[in-house]
Design a protein around this ligand. Structure first.
Ligand SMILES: *Cc1c(COP(=O)(O)O)cnc(C)c1O
Length: 425
């Protein structure tokens, strides 16, 4: 079958709920993926930052193979010998007392919402069904009915109603708006749910004091601060978690003061290095204890393969110093892209980001197809990236990328932009 055959087959038999670049991938290794014709590409999407540890990391794949030939699924009706060791490892790693294991990111966000609401009623004393959760405009937290109920994206939301009530949206990055929202009947507010950097929205990086300010305001009103680090977590932004600020370990180091601890931490994506759906919700006993047996769960959540894989994936992050690499190479990437922006102000507006989660904003309108065309041209030259909105391209390579590889990728981007910028008259 040719690439065209595979694309036509998907088109005939699959729901049209995505609009992929016309590239059919068959293999991946480290920072590279290969299409069905054997063409090599730099992967600068990393499956939306799920493949931080690089494609088919041998250690993670090795553990997955070993565990999957031993025991794959017990359900939580019984114990398994991987769950306890994983839970101890994960809670130590991120300095929380408890974890609730799930599979996908959206499920973990749902779990956090349920946990937050239940805490609101049973601990804070919010009257039945009155709990409110504050969220931000342009958020992306997943695709379930409840989560899209508080999306501001008409595509994500349109005709999927009736929507789940109990959410209030404020502008992202605006501490005053948050303080005002919290001051309005704080007795019925259970939580504030935020992405420390808005990834899907186009890599919007708030002011440095935004996250600490949210945490402080939440504490003042007895409201839970819920951090969705599904995309920003696990080394991506040059810190283990984005909420660590510029520190590379999650709270248990000498620079603890820069760490803003959320009450509920949501992880997914790179928790498995992109090999398997693994997500997690972390909180301390005082919050997690509200969920009792039978009140929440998932058949696959906490399965032995997921537990084994996630542990290895997190060990790889430490052993290969991926957060440090993301931080150092992130500076280099933005430096190179800034030179490009300066050279081609007609084509490029700006570069922004943290660590290896960056975006290039194209100097065109949001409904233009310039970013798409640029991504098509990049693919031609051997680099895969995906527009997020019509004029923003996110660049997020696997964190195992070397300096030489990053420089080569920057050269590809520079050559592509230069070519695009030449008047074709
Ligand atoms: C990807 C993502 C999700 C949803 O995760 P899925 O595994 O796709 O359900 C939620 N929040 C953020 C910030 C994400 O980037």
């Amino acid at each position: 079958m040719t690439a065209q055959d595979y694309i036509a087959q998907e088109d005939r038999h699959g729901a049209h709920n995505y609009h992929p670049l016309p590239v059919v991938l068959a293999e991946g290794r480290g920072v590279y993926v290969y299409d069905v014709d054997g063409k090599q590409y730099f992967d600068f999407l990393s499956a939306y930052s799920a493949v931080n540890q690089g494609h088919c990391h041998p250690r993670i794949v090795g553990v997955m193979q070993k565990q999957s030939s031993k025991l794959t699924l017990t359900s939580r009706a019984f114990h398994n010998d991987q769950l306890g060791p994983y839970e101890e490892f994960l809670t130590d790693y991120f300095s929380f007392e408890k974890v609730l294991p799930m599979n996908t990111g959206a499920e973990a966000v749902e779990t956090a919402i349920k946990l937050c609401r239940k805490w609101g009623y049973e601990v804070k004393g919010i009257p039945t069904d009155k709990a409110r959760i504050i969220v931000c405009g342009q958020n992306f937290h997943g695709r379930t009915t409840t989560i899209i109920s508080f999306s501001s994206d008409p595509n994500a939301k349109g005709n999927f109603g009736p929507y789940t009530p109990g959410f209030e949206s404020i502008p992202y990055g605006d501490v005053d708006a948050l303080r005002a929202a919290l001051a309005n009947d704080p007795a019925t507010i259970a939580g504030v749910l935020v992405e420390p950097i808005q990834g899907e929205a186009g890599v919007f990086v708030p002011q440095d004091d935004y996250i600490p300010s949210i945490a402080a305001a939440c504490r003042e009103h007895n409201v839970l601060f819920i951090a969705d680090e599904i995309q920003t977590g696990i080394g991506r932004t040059g810190a283990l978690l984005r909420i660590c600020g510029d520190c590379s370990c999650a709270g248990h180091c000498e620079r603890q003061s820069t760490y803003t601890r959320p009450d509920i931490l949501i992880l997914g994506k790179a928790l498995s290095g992109g090999t398997y759906p693994v997500s997690a919700v972390l909180a301390d006993d005082a919050i997690m204890h509200v969920i009792k047996p039978g009140q929440h769960g998932s058949t696959f959540g906490g399965n032995p393969v997921a537990c084994a894989v996630a542990r290895e994936a997190l060990e790889v992050v430490v052993d290969e110093k991926l957060t440090q690499n993301a931080r150092q190479l992130g500076h280099l990437f933005r430096e190179r892209m800034q030179e490009l922006v300066d050279r081609h102000p007609d084509t490029l507006r700006l570069v922004r980001g943290k660590g290896l989660l960056n975006a290039l904003v194209i100097n065109d309108s949001e409904d233009s197809d310039t970013a798409w065309n640029l991504c098509m041209a990049l693919a031609e030259r051997g680099l895969l990236a995906k527009p997020t909105h019509g004029n923003i391209i996110r660049f997020a390579p696997p964190l195992v990328i070397s300096e030489a590889e990053l420089r080569e990728a920057c050269d590809i981007i520079a050559a592509t932009v230069a070519n695009l910028s030449v008047p074709t008259a």
